[in-house]
Design a binder for this molecule. Structure first.
Ligand code: SF4
Length: 408
């Protein structure tokens, strides 16, 4: 694997998201799912649909404890919930953006139109090659682009809905990231966000004993426990290095650090400006700071997802070149291109986000480097908790600690 890219976190914009004031919160109306993905972090419980009253109570608890622009409606798979349209309606009525996180398997155009009427703001489709998805079992990440396009075009037909894709990235699928970035670029008009989540699991080669409180525990009962040795320490700069094999000027502009390591990139955001034919460049830290700050100033919340009507304003965004040097470069590239090919002036120019997420890192001293300002915070017994590790609370009643074990 190519050496990781060096990124200087002080040159990037530290996203202003915190526990009480964040862009997103994570609602799980069910943990039932119709797939069994390799890297899943939630136990699949078929009969776990929450009532609308419980869902409303949880949403009101989020509102009481935390400012959120969007609610990620996840699971399990939220489309398994028979009242998913009502759930979207409640989220919208409470003034937050309903974002459905789904594998898409149950999505029909008819259901999509019902969800649009209910106020759905966006979708994040979880699609990758380790989901055991019927009809796509042997497809690799690139072959799955046909499935991704199917959903992106369905959303575009209905219109006005933000479209994102996320993929869990394993050591043997890391190599496909540049192709997915390229594919997304060719569809920059209907694919607004690409998210790459680096694989994590409790694997046997980790040199730790696991403790719940003062008691040593066995992680086997947890869905993210693994009995085979597997690579679980891919870092965001590794993914950037892979992308730069094809796009040497690929440049992230914002991040969330870790709770233990200030210079770790737990969420690493890159903003691309371009047409379906070409990329003019990548936005800088000042542009993203202006977007987050202005949204908070005028809407009282940090920006989560943006409507296609906003992401299609690529040309206007270039005006931020007066405060953002990378955006100035984008504008120069654009002006150069229309000088040589005037027809470019008539193409629509879009903004696209590429996010890399680096879940828990286990440090040699046993400390756990989580995402500082975790956007995927959910609720457990009325308390705000990390959704990626909620199985520990369900199983042991507390977070599991990692204690370096001598002799390993
Ligand atoms: S701490 Fe876990 S749930 Fe929160 S953003 Fe990071 S990976 Fe996601």
């Amino acid at each position: 694997m190519q050496a990781a890219t060096t990124l200087d976190h002080r040159q990037l914009y530290r996203l202003p998201w915190t526990l009480p004031d964040n862009a997103i919160s994570w609602l799980e109306p069910t943990s039932a799912c119709n797939l069994a993905c390799d890297g899943c972090y939630r136990e699949n419980i078929p009969s776990s649909h929450k009532s609308l009253d419980v869902v409303r109570t949880e949403l009101e608890t989020f509102k009481r404890l935390r400012n959120s622009d969007g609610i990620s409606i996840a699971g399990g798979d939220p489309l398994m919930h028979p009242k998913i349209v009502d759930i979207v309606k409640i989220v919208a009525e409470l003034g937050m953006k309903p974002i459905i996180n789904t594998n898409g398997g149950l999505l029909t155009e008819e259901l999509l139109r019902d969800l649009k009427r209910a106020g759905v703001y966006g979708f994040t489709f979880h699609i990758d090659s380790k989901q055991g998805r019927p009809k796509w079992k042997d497809s690799n990440e690139v072959e799955l682009n046909d499935l991704r396009l199917h959903y992106a075009e369905m959303l575009a037909r209905v219109g006005g809905i933000s479209c994102a894709f996320n993929s869990t990235v394993y050591d043997d699928t890391l190599k496909y990231i540049p192709e997915l970035v390229e594919w997304a670029g060719k569809h920059i008009d209907i694919v607004h966000v690409m998210v790459f989540i680096l694989y994590r699991a409790a694997v046997p080669q980790l040199p730790f004993d696991w403790y719940a409180g003062g008691k040593k525990v066995d992680m086997d009962p947890l869905v993210y426990s693994e009995d085979r040795e597997r690579k679980v320490d891919l870092k965001a700069p590794d993914a950037v290095a892979e992308i730069r094999k094809r796009y040497p000027d690929f440049m992230p502009a914002a991040y969330l650090n870790g709770t233990e390591k200030a210079d770790s990139f737990k969420w690493l955001l890159t903003g691309k400006i371009g047409t379906k034919k070409r990329t003019y460049g990548y936005v800088g830290a000042k542009f993203l700071e202006a977007m987050q700050t202005a949204h908070h100033l005028f809407k009282g919340r940090y920006l989560a997802y943006a409507k296609p009507s906003l992401t299609s304003l690529g040309r206007s965004m270039m005006l931020f070149g007066f405060i953002d040097p990378p955006m100035r470069k984008v504008a120069k590239e654009y002006l150069k291109s229309i000088f040589f090919r005037p027809s470019e002036a008539f193409r629509s120019i879009h903004y696209q986000s590429i996010m890399i997420i680096q879940p828990v890192d286990f440090l040699p001293n046993g400390a756990q480097n989580m995402c500082d300002g975790c956007p995927d915070i959910t609720l457990w017994n009325g308390e705000l908790v990390w959704s990626c590790r909620m199985e520990e609370l369900k199983q042991f009643g507390c977070w599991v600690r990692t204690v370096p074990c001598s002799g390993r």
